[in-house]
Every structure is written in C-alpha cells, then in structure tokens.
Design a protein around this ligand. Structure first.
Ligand code: AGP
Length: 635
C-alpha cells in the first residue's frame, strides 16, 4: 500500500514529487523519499516519518535539482520503518534507484544469490534486492549496447525505441522475469537522464501524459493537478517514459494493450477544502454520494433499477442461483448488508466471504454461482485474488468499485461504479454508503427479474431517493454527536450491538471507532451477547445499540434490557417518535423513520461522526491512523 510517483520533463522535479507524495500519503506514511538524476549524479533524500515532519524538512534543508525523479511514501512490509528501509533503494553501484509498492516473495533466494557474488546490502527490504538485481542486469545490458556504442562513433546514449530497447528497460525486464510476487515500481539511473522505467504486477501503476513531460504514479490523485490523460498499466506491463513519449511492452504477451483514458475527477475533488480532515469532508459529501449512486439508475416507470455495465443479459441474471459476495474490511460489512438486501428482495441465496478466505478454501460453487466483489479502491489484493480465483474456476465475476480504471474494475466481467469521487481518508465512509445504496438498487434489479412486486420495488426506490435529504438532517445533528463523543471519549472498551439489517452496521461502527481512535471496540449480534460476551458488560463499558423501529424491534429491545440490567451505559440509535427508548437508554440519537432495508444507510452516518469526534478529542491522526493505509495491496 505504498505510494509511488515519477516525473520527467522540463520542470524541477523535486516540488512535483513532493506534492504528489503528499497526495499519495494516505496509501502509507511510515517514511518517504525521493531520488533525482542531475548532471550525471543520483541524488537521494529519504526520511522516516510522515512527509511533513520528515522528507519535506529534509528537502528544505538539503534541496535537490533535476528534471527527472521518483518518489515513494511507505507502508512497511519487509523491514521496520526506518531511514535505511525507506525508499528509494539503490543498486550496488549506487547509480540506479527504485521505488516499489508490493512484496517480492522470493526476495531471500534472490538475495542469497546476489550475496554469493559479492553484493552488500544496506537495508532489510525486499526492494533493495530488486534494485541490486536490476543493477546487475543493467551492467550486462549496457555491456552489450556499450560494445555496439564503442563500434559506432555517432551512437548517442540509447533512448527507448518503439519497444523500450534501452538497457535500463531491458534490465528491468530481465530482473522482473526472476521475481515472484507483486510490484508497482519506478526505476531511474544516473546514466539515463531522461528515462524512467515503470512496471506493475498486482500493484497499481498509471502513466500520466503531459505536454513535454510525463508521469508515473500509483494512482491518479498524485498527478491530477498536472494532467487528466492517463494510461492504466496492466499486470506485466513495462513502461518507458521520457519527456516526449512513452512506450509500453508486456512481459507476458510482448504487445501491451495501451488505452488512453480521461480522469473523471478534478484536483478540487482531491483536496480537503474547508474541512479539518478528509474524513469529515467525505462524511459531509454523503448526500451527494447517494445522489451520484442513484443518478440514471432509478427506473420508476419500470419499477426497477438499471445498470449499464453488468454485461449480463436478463436471462443470464435470472439464471443466477447463488451469489457469493467477497470483500475486505468495511466493504465486507457492506457485503453483509448486501446479503440481507438481495435475499429479501430477490430471493437469491447469498453467501458473504472474507475475500482472503474465499481464495484459499476451495468453496464449492454451483455452475451458475456469480461472484460479486466490493472494493472502494479496486486494488485490495485479497479482493483481487478472490476475483481472479472465481474467474479461474470459470465463474462470472462482477464488481462494485469506486476508483475508475482500477485493477478490479478492469479485470471484472462487469460491474457498477460508485461515482463517489476520490476517498482520501483512510477510514472509508462515503464509499461504504455508496455501496449500500448500489446494493439496494441491485437487489431491486434482480428482484424485478424474479418475483419482486412493482409496488415493493417502488417503495424501496422512493425510500432511496429520500435518503439524501434524510442524511442532511442527520448531519445537521453533528453538534449532538460531538457532545456525545465528549461524554464517552475516555472509555477503554465499547460494544456496538444490533440485529438483522443493522448488525453489519454495528460491526462497521466498531471498526470506525477502532481504526481512527485506537479504542478497543467490538461489533456483535445483540442476540448473541447472552451466549457469553455479556460477561464483559460493566458500568465502564458503553454499548452503542442500533435499535430502529423495525420488524425485530421488540427482540432488540429485550436484548438492550439485558445490557441495562447489568448497568452497561447505553447509547441508542433509535427511530424518531420512539417513546420507549428514552426510558432505557442513557443517551439517544434519533434517526428519521425509514424502511428496514434503508436503515443501514442512515445509521452509518452518526457512527462515522461519533468515531470521528472521539478520535479528534483523543488527538489521533484521523486521516492517517497509525499502522493503516488506504488501499491494502498486499495479501
Ligand atoms: C475501512 O475503513 C478500512 N480502511 C478498510 O477496512 C477497507 O475498507 C478495506 O481495506 C477494503 O478496502 P477496499 O474497499 O478499497 O477494497
């Protein structure tokens, strides 16, 4: 989950790299560094810690010139966060620098081979091994080109021809053919002052196409300020960029499938604006997010929902006899809501799987089982692996994704974009609410191809169209959530409980609190508590209880009474007009009345704000919580 960037052109590379890294910092922030080529020298600046405290200060005190460079912001996999383990990493000669996102699984075997030939390593990273391997091959490749250079007096330094035949590109190809694992890399060499080589397998990498300048980046946020023309590289692609051109070859097929795309968001979408944190901005964007998710997909006339990209006919959709939904983290919680929605409205059996479990447990799948993956980033390695596993076994794989052109979006057989805009805060909020909205639409679509009545379908569609306004009214209660957060911010443990459609939201509320405030919080089924975990309830352990007036209200209230009987403080999320709840809960947040399938969308927002305010009160870094990264591109 690191962030990488490369620039080659006429401008000073250092400020472009630094600004790009700031925009990539949500992908990982253990350390950051840059390497530039200037006057035949390779200049490296790198520092442990977040960019603001580390690299930015270093570049202020020790600036570097040059029009070509690469940068990296790290989420540590191999080797603890430290200056020496920061990227860029260098080869043995110290003339080649590499930045890497991914994991070289056979790095130890490669390292032993290099050690045996006299290589010395300075870091604990797998990336340094790849740098040395490239350096080795570069010498061999340059030797070959060098001999022809020596013969041809007029030969200039090799520049990439159509298939990137300069020695640096070829050396990268040679080295990658020995690698097992995942990589998104950018490589530069002091002897190649206008070439950057990029390559990807399993970790995202795009080319940004400028005028007299070109870019490489892990994702478009890093370069949207400079260009909206991009090429999404595919696995095994190797790109060579110079100020004037780019070439792409593919290690697997030799001819790369190069398509130029236009980014659909602007630089403004990717900045924080007036909000104190990206997470708060994204929470407040949710009424618009839901509108974007609904836009063009509600068919009131046909009493159904419509999608352009499922790539399945109505007959094929009708023939689906089971859906497996695979996802990770917050997206997995959305999958659980999707199970309730699709089973109730479409009567199709649904099984929810952790993506990482689905890949390796060889679950039995019927012929007409479809896999649906959910992913904001479209790059989560576990989820991508699940998608590839389903396709390997011959099953259709659909995806609901936010990042356009992401790997999961491009490798799925069909799908639905969230159109939620960039989600920068590490804690997912608007993408979650967008996914729930789209799952409700999908359930209606599938249901109407079966036995869902037009009346019930229109009820759901109209309830969805009312959500943006309802979210506005919930957001207007922000000060109340802030007050509540103040009252409970010092607790060391929390429970989040509910049942039915809101059980996944209890899990999600607990995750939000955990990941940004570092408080231990457990989401649990309210009914399940009496089978053991209720032993943990005491006056110091607050419970957030989601208890909407739905079909199981009485049961949930009975579970709430069990907590209250053991003097556990209760914060209830209840439905406006509920006259009972105030008598049994210590604090109550009232939500607008809504249909049962819509309650999860409404209940998510107070829990996001509750977690946000507690994290701020506890002085946590809300947008870049410790140990986390926005997109988990390693398994
Ligand atoms: C959620 O707040 C976390 N940041 C994390 O659980 C995230 O949802 C998970 O890593 C899946 O990411 P994805 O939706 O991009 O696949």
């Amino acid at each position: 989950m690191c962030g990488i960037i490369g620039y080659v052109g006429k401008k000073a590379a250092s400020p472009i790299l630094l600004e790009g890294l700031r925009r990539l910092e949500y992908r990982g922030y253990d350390s950051a560094g840059v390497a530039l080529v200037c006057g035949g020298d390779l200049l490296v600046r790198k520092k442990m810690g977040k960019i603001g405290e580390g690299l930015a200060r270093l570049l202020k005190s020790e600036p570097v010139e040059g029009n070509l460079g690469i940068g990296h912001t790290r989420w540590a996999t191999h080797g603890p966060p430290s200056d020496k383990n920061s990227h860029p990493q260098l080869d043995q000669s110290g003339k080649i620098a590499i930045v890497h996102n991914g994991v070289i699984e056979n790095y130890d075997a490669l390292k032993q081979k290099l050690l045996a030939t006299g290589h010395k390593f300075k870091s604990d990273t797998d990336t340094e091994v790849l740098a040395h391997l490239i350096g080795d091959y570069y010498e061999k490749r340059r030797g070959k080109v060098g001999s022809s250079r020596r013969d041809d007096r007029t030969a200039r330094r090799a520049v990439p021809t159509q298939n990137g035949s300069n020695p640096l590109t070829q050396a990268v190809c040679d080295a990658l053919r020995e690698v097992i694992g995942t990589y998104g890399i950018a490589v530069i060499c002091a002897d190649e002052p206008d070439i950057i080589v990029g390559a990807r397998r399993g970790s995202p990498l795009i080319i940004g196409i400028g005028v007299g300048e070109n870019f490489l980046a892990s994702d478009a946020n890093a370069i949207v300020a400079h260009t909206k023309k991009v090429v999404y590289l595919n696995d095994y692609d190797v790109a060579t960029i110079t100020p004037e051109r780019f070439d792409v070859l593919n290690l697997g097929t030799d001819t790369a499938n190069v398509q130029i795309s236009k980014l659909e968001f602007s630089q403004e979408d990717a900045v924080r604006g007036k909000h104190a944190h990206f997470m708060l901005k994204e929470i407040y964007e949710q009424p618009r997010t839901v509108e974007n998710a609904l836009r063009g997909r509600v068919d009131n006339e046909g009493a159904t929902a419509k999608f352009g990209g499922l790539n399945l006919t109505s007959a094929e959709l009708r023939s689906i006899d089971r859906i497996v939904i695979a996802a990770s983290g917050t997206s997995w919680h959305a999958a659980l809501v999707g199970e309730y929605l699709i089973e109730e409205l479409a009567q199709i059996p649904v099984e929810v799987e952790f993506a990482h479990e689905f890949c390796y447990r060889n679950a039995p799948l019927e012929k007409s089982t479809v896999l649906l993956v959910l992913s904001q980033s479209g790059e989560t390695a576990d989820t991508l692996a699940a998608l590839r596993e389903a396709k390997r076994r011959g099953h259709r794989a659909l995806a609901i994704v936010n990042v356009v052109g992401s790997t999961i979006a491009r490798e799925s057989d069909g799908g639905i974009y969230m159109h939620a805009g960039p989600e920068i805060g590490v804690a997912s909020t608007k993408a979650f609410v967008s996914t729930l909205t789209i799952l409700a639409l999908l359930a209606v679509h599938l249901g109407r191809l079966r036995n869902l009545s037009a009346r019930r379908a229109l009820e759901i569609l109209h309830a969805l169209e009312a959500v943006p306004k309802q979210l506005e009214s919930i957001l207007a209660q922000n000060n109340a959530f802030k007050k509540l957060a103040k009252k409970y911010a010092k607790a060391d443990d929390f429970f989040f409980l509910s049942r039915g459609y809101n059980y996944p939201i209890a899990l999600e509320g607990a995750l939000k609190l955990k990941e940004i405030s570092y408080i231990h919080a457990e989401g649990y089924s309210a009914a399940e508590m009496k089978h053991g975990p209720i032993a943990l309830i005491d006056p110091k352990t607050p419970t957030v209880f989601l208890v909407p007036q739905d079909s199981i209200y009485d049961k949930t209230m009975a579970n709430l009474a069990m907590i209250r009987a053991r003097k556990g403080p209760i914060i209830a999320l209840a439905t406006e007009g509920d006259k009972q709840i105030g008598k049994v809960a210590n604090d109550v947040i009232y939500l607008p009345k809504a249909l049962e399938p819509i309650n999860p969308i409404l209940a998510s927002v107070p829990l996001q704000l509750f977690a946000y305010h507690i994290a701020v009160l506890r002085g946590c870094d809300v947008d870049k919580p410790r140990n986390l990264a926005k997109s988990v591109t390693v398994e």
